[in-house]
Design a binder for this molecule. Structure first.
Ligand code: FAD
Length: 480
């Protein structure tokens, strides 16, 4: 038996992986009995902010991680692929269809028992391993117990989320549809391999785009163009806007890839123009020229009636958001489906607590997975759940847990979380920089990344071949 606490992206994937290996699972999810400040439904694997799983191409690290997960039989990837909505070279999903598919798969699995209750202490002395996958909004009682287990390394930090507007309230006469550098899968009309390679963005750093940041050249966006005057007025309003007070902690530390817009604005008048409001590669088809700045809106659901402001996470008070964001050309009459907000992010100091197998150093039978384990992002959370679920199942059936080679994205993420500098630990998205370099020189970054991805997939396959019990081919469930 494997006991999993938290039915988010990590916990649901972990449950699926363990059950797919024939091991019985009890999955504890506290919603709806005890809600969180951010989740809105009682569904498993609810996406709390963006509907994007980011880049989906192999010359992009998060694209590689997703492909490795598919090959490991990931439920999260299966559900995401099935709920896909147009988003250029990124994988974005209809959030309701996605969460429903995961919930149905878990609830109907004969080896998984789903218990809707809060677990307030880390269990011990049970009949099998325990996985803590309670996410960035781990309940207070369990947070306290985790703090006492990991000691002073238990940390808090903040993120902020982007607002969503109603499509019909966007002034279509002012905005224009375009993806950066014209790279949209929609315009090509298919998802062929050649096209998707070509669609991979040039702005991609090779580290995967940040969880909440700009999707450089990866989507079908509505673009709100600014003149210089409009931009300066907007910048001044952002600086002057009233921010929501922070409770509990005086010194919030934001994830650099997910900074609130007003924090960026305060760094200088040009910062936003080189960040989420970057106009480069987005000429307005009506003038043929790039505007002074743009705000990009990305479709947020399959029906196409919600659009999120890309990279516009904010801690402004809600009234101030309505006032300031309506200064954006095209959003003068915007109706907000959801305002941006600031939120807590609870995570442990991975390198002091975890091994590469996602087991804790102190207790063989205790695993952490997901955001609380010290990874950052939807895909990374699910990936850590995949490995924790697989390894907990190995332990339950008397086999040794193991980690894929560091040359794979799954292995590199596990290595980072368990071996990074503990004194300066920060959760990280997957990045090619976390994988060892090639042993030969490849000049072009795109070719280099592609070669690292090819090596990763070959090494993953070898590791899976050696390990018949631990690996379940895509779509196969061993559980009866
Ligand atoms: C507001 C916000 C916005 C974010 N935006 C993005 C984004 O846009 N893109 C991105 O890639 N990442 C984003 N993240 C980061 C991260 O990827 C997500 O939080 C992701 O959902 C993490 O997956 P998880 O499985 O670790 O946690 P979750 O998906 O939060 O799942 C944890 C589950 O555990 C349950 N739980 C908590 N405590 C207990 C308990 N004691 N007993 C039982 N159940 C419990 C919760 O109800 C929840 O369902 C965001 C995080 C937050 C908080």
């Amino acid at each position: 038996m494997v006991h999993i606490i938290g039915g988010g992206l990590a916990g649901s994937e972990a449950a699926w992986q363990a059950a797919s290996r024939g091991v019985r699972v009890t999955l504890y999810e506290m919603r709806p009995v005890r809600p969180t400040a951010v989740h809105k439904t009682d569904r498993l694997a609810e996406l709390v902010c963006s509907n994007s799983f980011r880049g989906d191409k192999l010359d992009n690290a998060v694209g590689l991680l997703k492909e490795e997960m598919r090959r490991m039989g990931s439920l999260i990837m299966r559900a995401a692929d099935a709920a896909r909505v147009p988003a250029g070279a990124a994988l974005a999903v209809d959030r309701e269809r996605f969460a429903s598919a995961v919930t149905d798969a878990i609830a109907s699995h004969p080896s998984i028992a789903l218990c809707r209750e809060e677990v307030s202490r880390i269990p011990s002395g049970l009949d099998g391993p325990v996985i803590v996958a309670t996410g960035p909004l781990t309940s207070d009682a369990l947070s306290r117990d985790i703090a006492s287990f990991v000691g002073s390394e238990h940390l808090y930090f903040y993120d902020a989320v982007s607002p969503i507007v109603l499509a019909e309230s966007i002034d279509r006469a002012k905005v224009y549809r375009a993806s950066r550098w014209g790279r949209s899968l929609r315009t090509g009309g298919s998802h062929s391999a050649g096209e998707t390679m070509a669609a991979t963005n040039s702005g991609e750093s090779g580290t995967g785009s940040p969880a909440c940041g700009i999707d450089d050249g990866q989507g079908d966006y509505l673009n709100c163009p600014f003149t210089r005057d409009e931009y300066e007025r907007f910048h001044a309003a952002l600086i002057a806007a009233e921010k929501a007070p922070l409770h509990e902690f005086d010194d919030p530390r934001f994830f650099e890839g997910c900074l609130p817009i007003e924090v960026m604005a305060a760094r200088g008048i040009e910062t936003l123009r080189f960040g989420p409001m970057k106009p480069v590669g987005l000429p307005d088809p009506r003038t043929g020229r790039e505007p002074y700045a743009v705000v990009q809106l990305r479709q947020d659901n399959l029906a196409g009636d919600h659009f999120s402001l890309v990279g516009f996470q904010t801690q402004m008070k809600w009234g101030e958001q309505a006032r300031v964001l309506r200064l954006i050309p095209g959003l003068e009459q915007a109706e907000f489906v959801r305002f941006g907000m600031i939120h807590r992010n609870t995570y442990i100091n991975g390198p002091t607590v975890l091994r590469e197998t996602w087991q804790t150093r102190r207790r063989d039978d205790l695993f952490f997975a997901g955001q609380v384990s010290g990874v950052e992002g939807y895909v990374e959370s699910a990936a850590s759940g995949l490995m924790a679920g697989r390894n907990a199942a190995m332990l339950a059936i008397g086999d040794a847990p193991s980690a894929p080679p560091r040359t794979t994205a799954l292995g590199a993420l596990a290595y980072y979380v368990s071996h990074a500098d503990a004194k300066h630990y920060a959760p990280s998205n997957i990045a090619f920089g976390l994988l060892p370099p090639l042993d030969r020189r490849v000049r072009s970054k795109q070719d280099r990344n592609r070669s690292i991805a090819d090596r990763a997939l070959a090494d993953l396959q070898r590791w899976m071949d050696q390990d018949r019990v631990g690996s379940v081919p895509a779509g196969v469930s061993r559980a009866t």
